[in-house]
Design a protein around this ligand. Structure first.
Ligand code: CP
Ligand code: NVA
Length: 310
């Protein structure tokens, strides 16, 4: 695994299809070990600094628990508590932390902030969500889809909702694994054109595809999985009312799930808002695998931590 050590995880497209396959396989091993209660401790004495500029439940707790389970420790930090919050540069912060710890996880607003940190750090930088990407989520999504569907290549996944960070990473995940992704969003909520173009290019090597529609029913038609995310992401709180209006008709409800295959699963990165992007009947119903998906954050990230920091 020497070609992994010390590398960053800024977006899923950083990884070749083979590397993503390795990550998923390792995540399956980590999960099995966890379930059997057999542990080895590859990260003894290692520390992960975790910088958060936005709230988090899953990312923060799964990374901290994951580091402990691998024999290391995690140090949660709020950017505002650091000198970074008072104007010290990202570059100086990265250089200083590189002398103390073995990896940096960061959740922030602008993706360029993470890129800057990675440029100046001599240790791995892991993106724990930016406005543009959420690669750790996509790894857990792939692990979950593989568990419930057996095979990733050729799956039909529908994404209904905002063209945001979660969709961007899902597009890259589909592209590197040969998944057919159909996304539906209202006008004005399209995903980033550059990320879209890059993901579509990656599809040519794997046989995956990425298509867009304005019609949720068309996206969900005969899908193996239906995925949605919040309509107003962190940092968009003041747009919530407007978005609730603009996303009318995009709720994943029973009628929409009925367009998908009878054995289709429902996915959501969480946190979820019942009655907005998803009905309670769907997210709390038999097709929902959202808590398995949330648990898989732990296993997928332990695989990532072991490869990058080990
Ligand atoms: N899905 C996800 O990243 O959850 P948190 O915001 O709770 O970390
Ligand atoms: N799109 C959401 C994902 C939360 C995990 C956000 O950025 O807030």
């Amino acid at each position: 695994f020497s070609d992994w050590t010390g590398t960053d995880c800024l977006r899923l497209a950083d990884y070749s299809p083979r590397k993503v396959e390795t990550l998923i396989r390792k995540a399956e091993e980590m999960k099995l070990q966890h379930q059997r209660g057999t542990r080895d401790f590859p990260l003894i004495g290692k520390t992960l600094a975790m910088i958060f500029e936005k709230p988090s439940t899953r990312t923060r707790v799964s990374f901290e628990a994951g580091m402990t389970q691998l024999g290391g420790s995690a140090l949660p930090l709020n950017r505002q508590e650091l000198q970074w919050g008072r104007g010290e540069t990202a570059g100086d912060t990265a250089r200083v932390l590189s002398g103390y710890v073995d990896g940096i996880l960061i959740r922030t607003h602008r993706h360029t902030t993470v890129e800057q940190l990675a440029k100046h750090a001599s240790i791995p930088v892991i993106n724990g969500l930016t406005d543009l990407h959420h690669p750790c989520q996509a790894l857990a999504d792939l692990l979950t889809l593989k568990e419930v569907k057996g095979e990733l290549t050729g799956l039909h996944v529908a994404y209904i909702g905002d063209g945001n960070n979660v969709l961007h990473s899902l597009m890259e995940a589909a592209a590197v694994t040969g998944i057919h992704l159909r996304a539906a969003f209202p006008p004005g909520y399209e995903p980033d054109p550059a990320v879209t173009e890059q993901a579509k290019e990656l599809c040519t090597a794997t046989g995956g595809s990425i298509t867009f529609t304005g019609d949720p029913a068309e996206a969900a038609e005969k899908a193996d999985a239906v995925y949605t995310d919040v309509w107003a992401s962190m940092g968009q709180e003041e747009e919530k009312e407007k978005r609730v209006k603009n996303f009318a008709g995009f709720q994943v409800d029973k009628a929409l799930m009925d367009r998908a295959k009878t054995d289709a699963v429902f996915l959501h990165c969480l946190p979820a808002y019942r009655g907005l992007e998803v009905s309670a009947e769907v997210i709390d119903g038999p097709q929902s695998v959202v808590f398995q998906q949330a648990e898989n954050r732990l296993h997928a990230q332990k695989a990532l931590l072991d490869l990058l920091l080990g």
